[in-house]
Design a protein. Structure first.
Lengths: 741, 119
């Protein structure tokens, strides 16, 4: 008594005994294993399955009401078990190589075949039948007996370290390709049976033979810890902390590793793959197969050796008989073959180059897009200061999601498909991605346009700052050390150089301030604060500029500038700037403190023609360049750095002296031993070229008075400059110094 | 030397040639190919034939077409492409040369006298 089940087999309904069904199932699995490394395995299996179904339905029509064990066995016998197929075809790899070499004559095919047979075991090849890009990883895995997936992961890792891509391309070009039987019994898969998310922890546990909990905890623990820590850290802050814990800290790294593994690892779907995942021998047949293969290899090697000997003897004999004619015909195919080899190499090079370039472009695009996306998100707290009204907000959201988000999703989809080897059958996904992106593009353009309109005109308001003239003829400019408390200098991991920092929820602080030093028209210091703002219309811009509050305080000779100025959500950010103009009278000193450097300045110039307009003083263009923490003296030709003046003169002197020394060294060398004559010409020279440098004696042209040691020269200079006092007179002092000698 | 191995090597070399020569005469269904070969005393398993056909198809030697059958789903019929035809022509000439050579060599009756026998 047997149970009968109905199966839908290749579009036919087949009533089949349960035991017969099991036999059939096992048979299909064994075929799958046999054709595992065939390029179009699925197609072959499919064809065979439909043939079996056809045979079954013939049988059902003619005799029986259901398919029995015997029926299945008859059909299997006519199709052939893997063992029978092997016998008919020889080993699989030799079968394929023979197919490839078929156009050549038997002798060559046999040789080629014997060649690969004997060498596959110990030579490095790229795999042609288990590849994602060039089959390099599979080849390396085969060579070292490691799972190709692990090699793939190593390459990805190396790629992040910088040299992986190059290494891969080089190997791709250098290493020849061949059909490889994978000699690894254990492979890393995603485990569909033990899965929580992608079955990766399950796969790893099966591969390493450990409990699932260990890899699972390893993935989860740092992640959970990270999340918890972040929840505590951002507890008091209102904006979305996602990017922070996503890309910072341990949890994120593990998450990324998990995602990469998810993409890279195949899922163990068939029985064979599941067995491979656990490292168990696939079945009895596979054991038999491996043993037989070993044996065959040995046999073939021996045969090859014998065959080669025979061949050689034969060719020699024939050559003797047929002479040159034969030789010519023999060499022709060889020439043809090498040429095709060269063409192949060029093709490979081109392919590698193309893929390399494509990879670089894609990588750059992805990086740029991710950066854009997250800077977009990062700028989000500022959107209330930038955007005006419902429509701009709506456009901003649409742009962010469609224009920036869609390409990333599309690229990820493409990558996953490429890696998993899934071929898309319909194009609707591409079309919808495309059209959504175009909508996003339109939104981005509209948004840019409408924001640009808000920056259309620029106006400045000049405000005179009343100051008392400093008593000691020197004015110092400092920034008030912050009694303004703020947080958020570490927004989303950016730190430092943002031109703005948050003060509180509905206002931000800008420090787009610049200090310009110019010459005063009279004998007084003057300070102006010029406030700039952009706006939709000049009137709006002026209004916004007027709203900037920038109080300047003075305590005797020190001018204190505020840390920045505040703009509120109502006022919006319209590129507000403050330029502090300090006019210094002639002969007075000005110093700008180092903390003024903490100001940031940037310009958004939307419309040049209508841009800078009212109230712009031409003199501001003639401002002087300054460094912080230096005292400058205002002279008739601009600012003079007081500290540097002396240093500069001394340096200039040193340089010229060195040059002279060098010249006269050359002189000595070129003139050889005519030193007596040279003396009369008054040139510089070493008295004795064997002496050490520091005992050089310099002979001055006019007086011929030697001065020992450069040190004394320096002392002289110092004396003279001290006498003359002011550093601006240094050149004069030098001149006198030289004439004294 | 293993007789089985040599035989299978010999058979394997001409398998594609035989299959192409059958398909060349018109669209063929795989099991018909098997039958035809069996009829001319060349046994082949369908399990060997399918991967061969797929490989030839992937190499653009063959093409296939779905033909409605009176029972069940449509069947895959294979036909020769132009490239396949050219490939076949080359195989045929090679085969003829080979067959000639083998026949003349195998059927020679006169014994080869060793060179030093004449001395």
């Amino acid at each position: 008594m047997k149970k009968i089940i109905n199966i839908n087999f290749q579009g036919r309904v087949i009533p089949i005994e349960e035991s017969a069904y099991d036999i059939l199932q096992d048979y299909i699995v064994s075929l799958r294993g046999y054709f595992a490394y065939e390029e179009s395995r699925d197609e072959i299996i499919n064809d065979i399955e439909s043939r079996i179904a056809e045979l079954f339905s013939d049988r059902l029509k003619r005799t029986t009401t259901c398919i029995t064990d015997d029926d299945v066995n008859t059909v299997i016998a006519s199709i052939g078990r893997p063992a029978d197929l092997e016998e008919a075809e020889g080993t699989q790899s030799s079968g394929t190589t023979a197919t490839k070499a078929a156009p050549d004559d038997e002798h060559k095919a046999f040789q080629a075949e014997a060649g690969t047979e004997s060498t596959t075991s110990r030579r490095l090849f790229r795999s042609e039948n288990d590849k994602i890009l060039g089959g390099v990883s599979a080849g390396l895995g085969h060579y070292f007996g490691i799972d190709p997936t692990i090699m793939r992961l190593l390459f990805v890792l190396f790629m992040f370290m910088g040299f992986g891509l190059l290494l891969y391309v080089v190997l791709w070009i250098v290493v020849p390709a061949t059909q490889l039987n994978i000699n690894v019994r254990k492979r890393l898969f995603r485990n569909p049976e033990v899965r929580m998310l992608g079955g990766i922890a399950g796969g790893i546990s099966a591969y390493l033979n450990i409990d699932v909990l260990i890899p699972r905890l390893l993935f989860l623990a740092p992640f959970i810890l990270g999340v918890l820590a972040n929840i505590f850290r951002v507890g008091g802050i209102n904006f979305d902390p996602v990017p922070n814990f996503f890309f910072k800290g341990f949890g994120g790294t593990f998450l990324i590793v998990y995602i990469i593994l998810w993409i890279v690892l195949p899922e163990a779907t068939t029985a064979t793959e599941k067995l491979e995942m656990r490292g168990e021998k696939v079945d009895l047949e596979s054991i038999k197969k491996t043993v037989k293969e070993e044996f065959e290899t040995l046999k073939v090697r021996a045969e090859k050796f014998g065959g080669e000997l025979k061949d050689r003897a034969e060719t020699i004999g024939q050559d003797l008989k047929k002479g040159r004619q034969h030789l010519a015909s023999e060499t022709a195919p060889v020439v043809r073959r090498t040429r095709s080899g060269l063409g192949h190499a060029i093709g490979l090079l081109f392919k590698a180059f193309f893929l390399f370039i494509a990879g670089v472009i894609i990588f750059t695009l992805v990086t740029a897009l991710v950066a854009l996306l997250f800077s977009g998100v990062g700028a989000f707290p500022f959107k209330d200061f930038l955007l005006n009204g419902f429509w701009q907000n709506f456009l901003a959201w649409t742009t962010l999601i469609l224009f920036l988000g869609i390409p990333i999703i599309a690229l990820l989809t493409w990558l996953i498909r490429r890696v998993m080897g899934v071929r898309s059958t319909n194009h609707y996904l591409g079309y919808s991605f495309g059209s959504l992106w175009i909508i996003g593009l339109v939104c981005a353009l509209l948004l840019t346009g409408s924001i640009a309109r808000n920056f259309r005109s620029k106006t400045s308001v000049k405000e005179n700052v009343l100051i008392n003239q400093p008593s000691n003829g020197k004015l110092a400019i400092k920034v008030t050390e912050g009694n303004v408390k703020y947080y958020g200098s570490d927004w989303f991991g950016f730190s430092g150089d943002l031109p703005f920092f948050s003060k509180n929820e509905d206002s931000i602080m800008m420090n787009t301030v610049r200090v310009k030093l110019i010459k005063s028209a009279d004998s007084q210091y003057h300070v102006y604060a010029v406030k700039f703002s952009n706006g939709n219309t000049p009137a709006v811009a002026e209004d916004l500029a007027n709203k900037i509050v920038f109080p300047v305080n003075q305590s005797d000779s020190v001018l204190y500038l505020p840390k920045g100025f505040t703009i509120t959500q109502r006022d919006k950010f319209r590129n507000q700037q403050v330029m502090v103009i300090v006019e210094t009278p002639l002969g007075k000193i000005i110093e700008v403190d180092r903390n003024v450097d903490s100001y940031n300045w940037f310009n958004i110039n939307v419309n040049r023609r209508n841009g800078w307009n009212s109230g712009w003083d031409e003199r501001w263009d003639n401002s002087y360049y300054w460094n912080s923490n230096r005292e400058y003296l205002m002279t008739s030709d601009g600012l003079k750095d007081m500290k540097n003046e002396m240093d500069n003169e001394r340096k200039k002197y040193e340089r010229s002296r060195k040059q002279r020394n060098r010249e006269f060294e050359d002189d000595t060398r070129s003139n050889g031993n005519q030193d007596e004559n040279d003396n009369s010409e008054g040139g510089y020279r070493y008295k004795d070229s064997n002496r050490k440098r520091d005992t050089v004696i310099i002979i001055q042209k006019d007086t011929s008075k030697p001065v020992e040691n450069t040190k004394s020269v320096r002392q002289e200079i110092k004396k003279v400059t001290d006498k003359h006092g002011s550093s601006s007179d240094a050149p004069k002092a030098l001149y006198t110094l030289l004439t004294v000698f | 030397m293993n007789i089985e191995n040599t035989q299978s090597q010999m058979r394997k070399g001409i398998l594609e040639f035989c299959i192409l020569s059958i398909i060349r005469r018109g669209e063929a269904y795989p099991s018909d190919i098997v039958e035809e070969m069996k009829a001319s005393n060349l046994n082949i398993l369908e399990g060997t034939l399918y991967p061969l056909l797929t490989r030839l198809k992937n190499a653009a030697m063959l093409n296939y077409r779905w033909v409605e059958s009176n029972s069940g789903p449509p069947r895959k019929y294979f036909l020769l492409t132009e490239k396949g035809e050219a490939f076949y022509q080359e195989l045929e000439s090679t085969w003829n040369e080979l067959a000639n050579a083998v026949n003349t060599l195998a059927n020679k009756k006169d014994s080869i006298t060793p060179p030093d026998a004449s001395l």
